[in-house]
Design a protein around this ligand. Structure first.
Ligand code: SF4
Length: 483
């Protein structure tokens, strides 16, 4: 198959439209401010996008413009931007930036590559990115992803990003100059990864010569006769007490659902407190991770298939004491069952919740570097206005507080996908209703239970639904069809 750059870039532009937007592009769209774009670009070098995003947000709160930046000490800057890569060096660059811009550029961010490279901490790659993103002027920003992928395709044969930039200036049609960086950064982060790229599900695999590539190895999964991978059915349910829901027909509900994996949260029991009929449901093996404190939190997962391994907790004593995360590893995916903390009345437990959230995200990212990740459970947050009946009245309440929703933005921005919203954009779709005020019958509720997958596994999602007819808890189960 001949390699055609217009054809391949056309396919990729559609493909990456659903990927996480690179942070510098995101800041460009949100602010249209050359100062912020320049600073974010400096911060983003050798730093993960999600780290850059939080550091930039902290910094821009105190330094929304050049004049404010000039007032902040280098020491304070280092604190604000920690833990971006080389944060001490970058704090030094940022401390010197206002002075150089004042003395050489009349307090203006220059819009050409040569001038930009005279600024502290700005190399050719950064300068090209600022010219292209902030000023929409023709420039080709060649970072590690662009350099690497262009060589994998055999479109250039070069040894350094600078050589790639020069070769692309000769060869790449100008209409792609502005967008090539954001397209290939997103694609390089989501599919064509530096280590073990996901060639098995790459949309341009048939065009790609895979020069010098060692694709990840995927164990084969069972197939249907029509050649499609068989769909597995997963269910997640906060049962609000497994002993209580047992009395409301849990065993029959499980049999009716006939799911391959069932993740339960808030089981509120140790295994020894449960009946034999709950512990040994025919066809399933149950895995338990109860809280140390009796009658509190805890998760359990029932599986039809024997997992390769089971990970209890996330290696963090505070979270693991509360029995919050249980992971089953299978040949081609991890299944993470999580019960997120409640921020509690008065948001008294917000700090702990955000700590848990961040630790869980780091854990999920480590898993996603190895294979697909399905992460499900009670996230204890309604993400958007559409996800609860009364957003205005709940703006400062646990489950809809700004910090919790911002973390959900961060989680999805890190590349995880809220599978339910892939299929359904309707309001009034809830998974939890208060026991009070006849809320369930009146559908006054919140959508706080989720099935999410890593970005590269989005194509494996066949179906996502809320099973609101199933009673027994103040939450209803949710479902994922996964190939
Ligand atoms: S087939 Fe593999 S190496 Fe080629 S672009 Fe796709 S992910 Fe990258």
């Amino acid at each position: 198959m001949q390699f055609s750059i217009p054809e391949v870039l056309q396919i990729l532009s559609t493909e990456v439209a659903g990927y996480a937007v690179p942070i510098v592009d995101l800041i460009a769209v949100q602010t249209n401010d050359p100062y912020k774009i320049l600073v974010a670009t400096i911060l983003s070098a050798r730093t993960k996008d999600e780290t850059t995003a939080t550091a930039a947000a902290r910094l821009f709160k105190e330094a929304p413009n050049l004049a404010a930046l000039a007032e902040i000490s280098e020491e304070r800057l280092a604190k604000l931007i920690f833990p971006v890569g080389f944060y001490k060096n970058k704090a030094g660059f940022l401390a010197r930036l206002p002075g150089v811009l004042a003395s050489e550029f009349d307090n203006r961010i220059p819009d050409e590559v040569e001038s930009l490279t005279r600024l502290p901490g700005v190399g050719r790659k950064t300068a090209n990115l600022v010219v292209a993103v902030a000023f929409k002027k023709p420039a080709i920003c060649v970072d590690t992803h662009v350099h690497r992928i262009m060589n994998i395709w055999g479109y250039v044969k070069t040894k350094s990003p600078l050589e790639t930039e020069m070769a692309l200036r000769e060869k790449l049609p100008p209409q792609y100059w502005l967008t090539i960086n954001s397209t290939l950064v997103a694609f390089g982060q989501g599919t064509c990864k530096p280590v073990a790229p996901h060639c098995d599900r790459c949309v341009i695999a048939k065009y790609c010569p895979q020069i010098g590539v060692r694709p990840r190895k995927m164990p084969s999964i069972s197939k249907k006769t029509n050649g499609e991978a068989a769909m597995r059915k997963f269910v997640s349910w906060n049962v609000n007490g497994l002993r209580a829901v047992e009395k409301k027909g849990f065993a029959e509900i499980l049999a009716d659902l006939n799911a391959d994996l069932v993740a339960l949260q808030e089981i509120k029991a140790l295994p020894e407190q449960l009946s034999e009929s709950i512990k040994n449901i025919p066809g399933y093996t149950a895995y338990w991770f109860s809280a140390q404190k009796k009658g509190y939190a805890g998760v359990a997962t029932y599986s039809k298939e024997q997992p390769l391994s089971v990970i209890y907790g996330i290696d963090h004593k505070d979270h693991d004491y509360e029995g919050r995360v249980l992971t089953l590893e299978f040949g081609d995916f991890f299944f993470v069952n999580a019960y997120f903390p409640n921020a509690q009345h008065g948001l008294l437990r917000m700090d702990y919740k955000l700590q848990f959230n961040n630790d869980l995200l780091a854990f999920a990212q480590t898993l996603a570097a190895k294979k697909s990740v399905v992460i499900c459970g009670d996230f204890n947050v309604a993400h958007k206005e559409i996800d609860l009946t009364n957003p205005k009245q709940n703006e400062k309440n646990p489950g809809y507080a700004p910090e919790e929703r911002a973390w959900m933005d961060q989680f999805l921005g890190a590349g995880f996908v809220d599978t339910f919203r892939m299929f359904n954009q309707e309001p009034g779709q809830y998974t939890w209703w208060s026991y009070r005020f006849n809320a369930r019958a009146r559908n006054i509720g919140w959508r706080i239970d989720y099935f999410c997958v890593d970005q590269a596994s989005k194509k494996r999602v066949a179906e996502a639904a809320i099973l609101s007819d199933i009673m027994g808890s103040d939450h209803c189960p949710i479902l994922l069809g996964f190939r």
